[in-house]
Design a protein around this ligand. Sequence first.
Ligand code: AMP
Length: 271
Amino acid sequence: MVALALDLKTRGQRVGVVPTMGALHAGHLSLVRASLAEADETIVSIFVNPTQFAVDEDLDKYPQPFERDLALLSEAGAKYVFAPSASEIYPADCSTTISPPAISKKLEGEFRPTHFGGVATIVLKLFHLTRADLAYFGQKDFQQVLVIERMVEDLNLPLAIRVCPIVREPDGLAMSSRNAYLSPEERKRALTLSRTLDQVEQLIRSGVNDGFEIITEMRQGLIDGGVERIDYAIIANPRTLETLDPIELPAVALIAASVGDTRLIDNRLIT
Ligand code: AMP
């Protein structure tokens, strides 16, 4: 990987990197297309990063349809795929990790306290290994983008982050590799997340600015729609993730909720 990256650099190519955990869908492919359109060369990484999963999470059952992923990437026109093994990335004596920025402690950080440390560490390693000039991330993982942007700034990394919009199924469900876990019945209830975000956006656009009122409606909408557990459902400042009350724009509505055993996240940026 490094030899390839250095070769691309000596030829003056701008390298775009798309970090993924595989089980690719149209959301991932939109990032690949954005990189193909902007960067001179695109490297897609596929690595199910063990350090961002807690022991009780779904690492062992995370889908890994590798051949299918390669076919999708090849169809999309991607030339380079970097798919290292866990032991190459984390040899037994590897012990340095990144302590992620303060913004990682909120929201996801409350429920997955080790998650963003693992994300920041792997993303930094991928940036170095690929000598990335540009890196593409999805707004689907809203807080992850803030964590990575902060790390890039705090550690003076010489690359630019690009954020691509959330790609949804025709009925509104945000695409996610984890949607594959949903039974047909759970798949219907999972729609509650995007529907609730639609309602929140409508309320805010109609002039309601009482944060408490909207969050109460938001939680009720999720419960009525049949989610089993709400980790968080908030309206926040999109830069700081501080709760907004009264609501002012720009605002981001963020949800993490479980349907069956599947934890789903979704968000809506309202500008
Ligand atoms: P993952 O494979 O889940 O680690 O995701 C890899 C990248 O794809 C991350 O930057 C995600 O934010 C992005 N991504 C995942 N789902 C979507 C989606 N529905 N729309 C846009 N980007 C997405």
